[in-house]
Design a protein around this ligand. Structure first.
Ligand SMILES: Nc1ncnc2c1ncn2[C@@H]1O[C@H](COP(=O)(O)OP(=O)(O)OP(=O)(O)O)[C@@H](O)[C@H]1O
Ligand SMILES: [Mg+2]
Length: 350
């Protein structure tokens, strides 16, 4: 017996879409919509291949900020920045951990008007050299002698050993991490020697502690340069050389050409002191790198592999010292070679 249609209507039977086909159609539509949305999202972020922190000149972005913000003005620095406590001081600046819009920032104030020229030079360098090697500038006010920068809670490289000794950082206290820090340091020197402004010399580095105090350790264990107050320009083709300060320098941390050459019987006279070039920075690399490598398992093995390049850095003649790029290339090769050795040794043990 044939079943009657339930609605009792007569005529040709209606063509119904099976539910499974409907479901498939709905899913296809949703996929298409999702695809379009993702496409739009992708197109709206064209900077994906660029440094994600990169901002145009005059702008900055720190922490979780989504957009670049213009450098803060005098007005904004005066009203929106609240100093909390002093975290550092040098000859030129007094540095305060401060608060800006619930963020921690570093406010630097000129210590004495006598140092204003260095302070302004440092500010000019900070503005011109912004990028991954340099602390991020957030604002400045020349009228009030203030500079606002990104705050780095781990402080300067002078605190490196204390930081690595904290139990929470034991796992990063390895020769690999420390060699990477040395590469960051040489990378900064290389950047200064090939800066957009020309060949700049890191003059504020007359001894190891002073040198370490000019660099900050970031929370992800990389290095940025912070103090750019003494960065004179060298120009080999026009015969322009530099002198770091006007006083006599001593000790073997500074390059030999920075020492008074006329013996103890002749009193030091700035006008008679010969000038020099960026190779003074190369002379100092082995001492800074050795400090960064520290004394963990593997540090001495790295030191051994860096022996030849460090010996070349200590050539008495500046022209015989390698460039920062050549040092960096050697560090990279040593890092790769030692990593490969460690990997193959681990494989053998398994
Ligand atoms: N952004 C920052 N975050 C955390 N600490 C900072 C920051 N900037 C500076 N400091 C601390 O303040 C110290 C002094 O800063 P800086 O070297 O800029 O001062 P300075 O007066 O220019 O020094 P110098 O005597 O070398 O000329 C640094 O060594 C560091 O310990
Ligand atoms: Mg300093």
């Amino acid at each position: 017996m044939e079943k009657k249609p339930l609605d009792g209507r007569k005529g040709p039977p209606r063509r119904e879409v099976p539910p499974v086909v409907g479901l498939l159609l709905a899913m296809a539509l949703m996929n298409a919509l999702l695809y379009l949305c993702l496409d739009r999202l992708f197109i709206s972020t064209p900077r994906s291949s660029l440094d994600p922190r990169h901002c145009p000149y005059g702008y900055f972005r720190v922490g979780q900020m989504n957009n670049c913000s213009a450098w803060l003005s005098c007005e904004e620095l005066r009203t929106d920045v609240r100093p909390l406590k002093r975290v550092g001081e040098g000859a030129v600046k007094r540095v305060f951990l401060s608060e800006w819009k619930e963020r921690k920032v570093a406010l630097s104030r000129l210590t004495s008007l006598e140092m204003k020229e260095d302070f302004l030079h440092g500010l000019q360098m900070l503005k011109s050299l912004q990028g991954k090697h340099v602390v991020t500038l957030l604002g400045f006010c020349e009228e009030d002698n203030t500079i606002l920068t990104e705050y780095h809670p781990l402080g300067s490289l002078s605190n490196l050993e204390e930081t690595f000794n904290l139990s929470k950082y034991q796992n990063v206290n390895t020769w690999q991490q420390r060699l990477q820090l040395a590469m960051d340091y040489v990378g900064i020197i290389n950047y200064l020697h090939h800066s957009p402004l020309g060949t700049l010399v890191m003059c504020d580095s007359s001894d190891l502690p002073k040198t370490l105090s000019q660099y900050l350790l970031t929370s992800n264990f990389s290095i940025v340069v912070n103090d750019l107050d003494a960065l004179p320009l060298v120009n080999h083709s026009s015969g322009m050389f530099v002198k770091c300060g006007h006083r006599e320098l001593h000790g073997d941390f500074v390059a030999p050409e920075q020492l008074w050459p006329y013996g103890e019987d002749t009193p030091f006279h700035d006008d008679l002191m010969p000038s020099y070039d960026e190779k003074i920075d190369i002379w100092k690399i082995p001492d800074v790198s050795s400090f960064l490598l520290g004394h963990v398992e593997g540090s001495d093995m790295v030191r051994f592999h860096l022996f030849d390049i460090h010996k070349a850095c200590k050539s008495q003649s500046p022209a015989e010292r390698p460039t920062a790029q050549a040092v960096l290339d050697t560090y990279q090769k040593v890092l790769n070679a030692l990593r490969d050795t460690v990997v193959s040794q681990t494989r053998e043990m398994l």
